[in-house]
Design a protein. Structure first.
Length: 277
């Protein structure tokens, strides 16, 4: 395993302290009686099946030799796959939410090389059979403050730490096994969320969070990073405790560390359900 890259922002804690003023007291009975269905919870657990279209390009340096940018779809043959997502929301106050999300992403493929390339210091020539194994565990830890909250909708700001753990391995009998640097890169992000109810039990939610670190933003380091996350979904709440969802999500993650680089774009529909307590 090659060098592990890890850095994290301290902005999240400061943002939480600044964005969480004491919440005004209210009467639980009168407030809850007018809220839309599904908005009177303290814990929300959601699960979804996501079927995104992948666009993944990785370049890995090794043995002093620069790697070629490899398209894992066109060159190595990975295909569209369905993944599971887990979301947990803790809501201690009406306008305050602590959020966790986990998406395990795993691609496997096998085929012959159609274009010669260098990966992690090893050359793969045309016609060589290659097995590909790509794992990407995407975590998200965040805090949401809804600065506007009404009975039929809200608008808020989101402070996130998005943590990506990537491992790509190519195996060929004629060449051996080459492994991309396992990159553990916590990325801070800020975003916005809004929700409106088109019916007392049907809502539409839109959320966008982002982060971008320009090239050479860190002294003496060739490093850049970006993260864009768009999520739009509708929810039908059967009652205050159970609902069904359909949505569209797009991840766009990329970074460069010295001579290594990676770009991951996943986008597509998902279907899920939520339970609230």
């Amino acid at each position: 395993m090659r060098t592990r890259v890890s850095w994290i922002s301290v902005c999240l804690c400061a943002g939480v302290l600044a964005a969480a003023p004491a919440e005004a007291q209210y009467s639980p009975k009168s407030a809850s009686s007018n809220r839309a269905t599904g908005e009177t919870y303290h814990v929300e657990i959601g699960g979804a099946f996501w079927n995104p279209t992948p666009d993944i390009v990785i370049a890995s340096e090794g043995l002093g030799q620069a790697g070629d940018p490899i398209d894992f779809v066109k060159t190595l043959g990975i295909e569209q796959t369905t993944f599971r997502q887990l979301k947990i929301v803790l809501r201690p106050g009406t306008k305050h939410k602590f959020r966790f999300e986990y998406t395990p992403i795993h691609y496997e493929a096998a085929g012959t090389v159609k274009v010669s390339f260098v990966f992690n210091g090893q050359r793969y020539s045309v016609g060589v059979p290659v097995a590909t194994d790509l794992k990407w565990n995407a975590y998200r830890f965040g805090y949401e403050w809804d600065f506007v909250y009404k009975d039929r909708g809200f608008a808020g700001v989101v402070l996130d730490v998005k943590y990506t753990d990537v491992n790509a391995t190519l195996t060929a009998a004629a060449v051996g096994t080459a492994q991309f640097t396992e990159a553990q890169a916590p990325i801070p992000a800020i975003g916005f969320i809004g929700r409106g109810y088109v019916a007392p039990n049907i809502s539409i939610t839109g959320e966008f969070s982002f982060f971008k670190l320009p090239d050479q933003a860190l002294e003496n380091e060739d490093y850049s990073a970006k993260y864009y996350d768009l999520d739009i979904y509708g929810t039908v709440n059967f009652n205050n405790y159970v609902g069904a969802q359909i949505g569209y999500r797009k991840f766009d993650v990329g970074y460069t560390v010295d001579d290594d680089s990676a770009s991951f774009v996943l986008k597509g529909l998902y279907f899920g359900a939520v339970a609230r307590f």
